[in-house]
Design a protein around this ligand. Structure first.
Ligand SMILES: Cc1cc2nc3c(=O)[nH]c(=O)nc-3n(C[C@H](O)[C@H](O)[C@H](O)COP(=O)(O)OP(=O)(O)OC[C@H]3O[C@@H](n4cnc5c(N)ncnc54)[C@H](O)[C@@H]3O)c2cc1C
Length: 421
């Protein structure tokens, strides 16, 4: 079942306008193929469609960020507008965030909340248009879950800051124009109080990016080294020493972006079906197998629970509530569901899931599907780590939702320079 916001006349009018625009920019045959549930026609309509270019097409309209202020490319709109845009994008099998997820989902909201007027007008429009891709320079080899303990140092030198240190897990660093950098500017106060937040030009001298290859074969994230990197003070967001507060805005938005809202971000590789899982199931040799059926029932019920939870969260946002701990709940639930689902699909595919023939054209499609299942299983391992691990998010839910005692943190109130690291 699909959970959707109810259309009032005003909402229906907005939906109609957006849909008309969308259908006017999509390649010929796209909408017809979806209506007819014709995978072949859909693949033909999508042939040559470029996701990078798509980000620019929607990014030059206010539909890309209905909640952003009008002067920076948004609509100064209401949450229901964003919800409708997401629903329609998903119905048309288009990605919700596009290629610049970290820019639109994380950097943009942080700059809107804490940046200067000059920073807003310089960076926000190009985030939306996808002309400038962003990455997040937070995690370090010694600081992930306990992010506030990070060691990258920024020292003031006139109108600049000199940065030395190392980041890791930096997704899409090698393709980014700018990075959101959290660095320590005062080591002699407690770990949360000595941080500052900077915008870093990723092409500056003093930055070395070393992509890391994963078990999936691709290199989605990198190690990033800073050696005497000079960052203008004009690139500091907000006050020095207040970086942790701004980072929390980024992290809260990250959880929402990764929590798979009621309308999932869909990849541009899917078929006409809304849920890639349904399409993948068609490749499963025996759907009458009782163990496969048991998994199907479990996954179906969990997906419904996920949709209802996300729908409740978006209903709260429509009612004007600020997104809260639901982001963490949905993030944990989605991450674990995705892992369960990719395991189940691999199991259901039997031997074909782990050994696929590649020698004949006739089996190529099946082989690609099997390879896709194996690939999903491997990629899904990251879901319970990226954007905060499930253990740490459970701690936060326990504290902030259930009101249980805080996780002990012995270094919380000692100067960072005296903390155990
Ligand atoms: C695919 C991927 C992409 C990423 N992209 C980015 C990015 O673009 N930018 C960025 O800055 N970071 C990124 N990250 C980093 C991510 O935020 C961290 O990996 C995550 O926060 C965990 O930190 P860690 O890896 O240092 O693990 P650790 O913090 O060392 O944790 C190790 C284990 O200990 C557990 N643990 C730690 N503390 C507690 C606690 N208090 N209670 C219970 N258990 C605990 C954890 O759950 C985990 O199982 C990415 C990670 C992945 C996997």
């Amino acid at each position: 079942m699909r959970w959707r916001v109810e259309d009032t006349p005003e909402r229906a009018a907005f939906r109609g306008e957006f849909k008309a625009w969308l259908e006017s920019v999509l390649p010929p045959g796209w909408v017809e193929a979806l209506d007819a549930e014709d995978d072949e026609a859909f693949a033909a309509a999508r042939d040559g469609f470029n996701p990078f270019a798509w980000t620019g097409v929607i990014g030059r309209t206010a539909y890309a960020a209905p909640l952003w202020p009008k002067e920076y490319g948004g609509l100064s709109g209401e949450p229901w507008m964003q919800q409708i845009v997401r629903e329609e994008l998903s119905d048309h099998r288009l990605p919700v965030f596009g290629i610049n997820l970290l820019g639109v989902g994380l950097a943009g909201p942080t700059i809107i909340a804490h940046g200067s007027a000059q920073q807003k007008s310089r960076y926000l429009p190009k985030i939306l248009s996808g002309e400038e891709i962003w990455c997040q320079l937070f995690s370090e080899p010694g600081s992930g879950s306990d992010l506030a303990s990070l060691a990258t140092r920024a020292v003031r030198d006139g109108d600049e800051w000199i940065v030395n240190g190392e980041k890791v897990w930096t997704s899409i660093a090698q393709f980014s124009t700018f990075g959101m950098l959290l660095a320590r500017t005062d080591p002699d106060v407690s770990k949360h109080d000595g941080l500052s937040y900077f915008i870093v030009d990723m092409h500056s001298p003093g930055i070395e990016i070393r992509p890391l290859r994963q078990i999936t074969g691709s290199a989605d994230f990198s190690e990033v080294f800073f050696t005497e990197l000079r960052v203008p003070d004009a690139n500091r967001i907000g006050e020095a020493g207040e970086g942790w507060r701004y980072a929390r805005t980024t992290l809260m938005n990250e959880r929402v972006a990764l929590s798979g809202l009621s309308i999932d971000a869909v990849s541009l590789t899917g078929g006409v079906r809304r849920d890639a899982w349904e399409a993948a199931l068609e490749q499963v040799p025996d759907r009458r197998d009782p163990l496969v059926r048991q998994d199907l029932a479990l996954i179906y019920s969990r997906q419904e629970a996920k949709e209802i939870t996300a729908f409740r969260a978006s209903a709260a946002r429509l009612a004007g509530q600020v997104p809260g701990a639901e982001g963490g709940i949905s993030k944990v639930f989605n991450a674990e569901l995705n892992q369960y689902r990719s395991n189940a699909l691999l199991d259901a595919g039997g031997l074909a899931s782990i050994a696929w023939p590649i020698e004949s054209v006739a089996v190529a499609a099946g082989a690609a599907a099997a390879q896709g299942r194996a690939q999903s299983l491997l990629r899904a391992r990251a879901n319970t780590i990226e954007g905060g691990t499930s253990e740490v998010l459970r701690n936060q839910i326990a504290e902030r939702v259930l009101g249980l005692p805080r996780d002990p943190d012995v270094d919380r109130d000692v100067p960072w320079s005296h903390s155990r690291r």
